[in-house]
Design a protein around this ligand. Structure first.
Ligand SMILES: NC(=O)c1ccc[n+]([C@@H]2O[C@H](COP(=O)([O-])OP(=O)(O)OC[C@H]3O[C@@H](n4cnc5c(N)ncnc54)[C@H](OP(=O)(O)O)[C@@H]3O)[C@@H](O)[C@H]2O)c1
Length: 283
């Protein structure tokens, strides 16, 4: 259910005050159909719990069947309907089947939330025999959302719908060492999305990019386990998504990214030199 969560001050600094108006959102979403990828864990799972209690039709997609079934059991009494699809979105034929099934079962889609994602933090030196790292991140973070957007476009057009891309602040800032696979794939979809925005707007489909800072989910565990890093919580991220649904604004990013973007341009050479210096000392 949509409930009030409290946050630390630094979490507000990372992504300030963006709470949805619950009653308005609930009215706005009445009888709407929302497809959420990556619904089984982390931000997606929290978002689903937050939307529960509303008269909506949910289509939940992820790989883990048991987790999806559990979620369905929990929320089904509190939503209009909930369908789950255990699909590996990196498999293009499976994604195609998902699109066809959704088209057959639902006349139109109101909101598509491209949230499923895979992150890898690995040096180039450790990746020389791991081309699959780059293929897998591109398959999930780039090709899968492109395929879903294209496949479901007629349904979204029909309902003057909205597509939300869950992106990362990293794509707006100077590229960081060890993140080549993740950042390249997230940037690729970000570019696709921004190119598509005016074209789709003409046909009444609203595109929204949400650039999140670190979020405390299982995604960051392998990199930051036992380290104290400034991160927002999954409920805070889910509230930002709810706010994006409510307002249909094109872009959500923390204010500080403006300085980060400016710094990335002005100090780019120094940034690269600083990173190289740090890595040299580390080795
Ligand atoms: N966490 C962060 O710091 C952070 C920061 C900025 C942006 N983001 C973005 O936020 C989104 C959600 O991340 P999260 O933090 O919630 O991560 P998470 O807890 O790891 O959840 C990722 C979701 O994607 C699903 N998924 C992974 N591989 C899949 C595949 N091949 N096919 C279908 N579904 C798949 C997972 O479910 P299954 O394992 O069941 O398939 C899971 O539901 C991602 O797009 C991520 O890039 C995260």
């Amino acid at each position: 259910m949509l409930s009030s969560h409290s946050y630390h001050w630094y979490q507000y600094a990372l992504f300030p005050f963006l709470r949805p108006d619950r009653n308005r959102l609930s009215q706005q979403l009445n009888n709407k159909t929302i497809l959420i990828t990556g619904a089984s864990y982390g931000i997606g799972e929290t978002l689903v719990a937050m939307l529960s209690g509303m008269n909506i039709h949910l289509i939940l997609v992820a790989r883990t069947q048991e987790k999806l079934s559990q979620l369905k059991q929990q929320i089904e009494p509190h939503v209009a309907s909930c369908q789950i699809f255990a699909v590996d979105l990196t498999q293009q034929d499976r994604t195609e089947r998902l699109i066809n099934e959704v088209k057959q079962r639902y006349g139109g889609i109101d909101i598509l939330i491209n949230n499923a994602g895979k992150s890898i933090c690995r040096s180039i030196a450790d990746s020389t025999d791991r081309l699959h790292d780059f293929q897998r991140t591109m398959a999930l973070n780039y090709f899968a959302p492109v395929q879903l957007c294209m496949g479901l476009l007629p349904q979204l057009k029909q309902n003057q719908g909205q597509i939300i891309n869950i992106s990362a602040v990293n794509v707006l800032l100077a590229p960081a060492p060890y993140w080549a696979a993740y950042q390249a794939s997230k940037s690729a979809f970000d570019q696709w999305f921004r190119c598509a925005e005016p074209e789709l707007q003409v046909s009444g489909v609203q595109l929204t990019s949400i650039y999140l800072p670190l979020v405390n989910t299982r995604m960051i565990q392998p990199t930051y386990a036992n380290k104290s890093v400034p991160a927002i919580s999954a409920p805070q991220a889910a509230e930002i998504i709810c706010r994006a649904i409510q307002t249909r604004k094109p872009c959500f990013k923390p204010l500080w990214t403006i300085f980060g973007q400016l710094g990335s341009v002005i100090f780019n050479r120094w940034w690269v030199m600083g990173c190289a210096h740090y890595l040299k000392r580390k080795v």
